[in-house]
Ligand binder design. Sequence first.
Ligand SMILES: [Zn+2]
Length: 270
Amino acid sequence: MMIQIKYNKGSLKAKEILDDCGFEHLLDFPLELFASGLGATVIEKPLINSDGRIIFGKKHTLIEINQNIPFETRKRFTVAHELGHYILHPGLELHNDNESTTSWFNNKENQAKHGKVEYEANQFASELLVPSQMFYEEQKNEKFSPDLLRSLAYKFKVSITAIAFKYFELGSHPISLIHTHNNRVTYWKRPPSYPHFMKNMIKLRPPGDSVATEFFEKGKVYPEKFSKQEIWKSTWFELKDWENDNGFDFYEYCVVSQHYNMTLSIVWEE
Ligand SMILES: [Zn+2]
């Protein structure tokens, strides 16, 4: 069955390019080779304070990727992001990308700060690496769980964070996402029609009884087997006067990135 997928400028362009090149996905095709086919050369070298950058030349465009990025998935995403600039933003001046521009947390604040081009390049990268239609088919008959997200991330060769955002958009089970950096909540989103309302904790510490707090306060990182942790509804959501916390089954899967001192809490109800 085909579902109706809503594409935006960045993702639509990625889809068109895949279609034009006759690829359903790029899972077994080297990304560097794909870039080269489109006319951009990808090289890896040490870069300071930068994950990747793009240099538009008169004849050739160069995409430089920091060879010291510790994660293969992050390198891949950065290549795809720069490729997005190459396709969508020709003539962009020498452009450096780092955690803040290739971040998945494209809230309004971030967009205002880094401009529309970053948002579009990220949307492009997401679609290029994780084609929406294929993603939808992969997960539609599966029960939501941390294991499902991990297996999807492995299959599509992207980070759990990238997959969680894709799942938020297209997944079969409603999930909410909360991003915390240096022990302060920086971003959250819940499904538009979700009946539960999130407490607004932007710039505040995460709730004391959240799994995110266990990481920031005690350094606790759960092994995969225990990554599904039971929490209260009231941990992240508003509990109405007439509601009882015992009447809900909420869970938090806290994806920890020690390298950047940040977490992504994936919260859902069963
Ligand atoms: Zn960029």
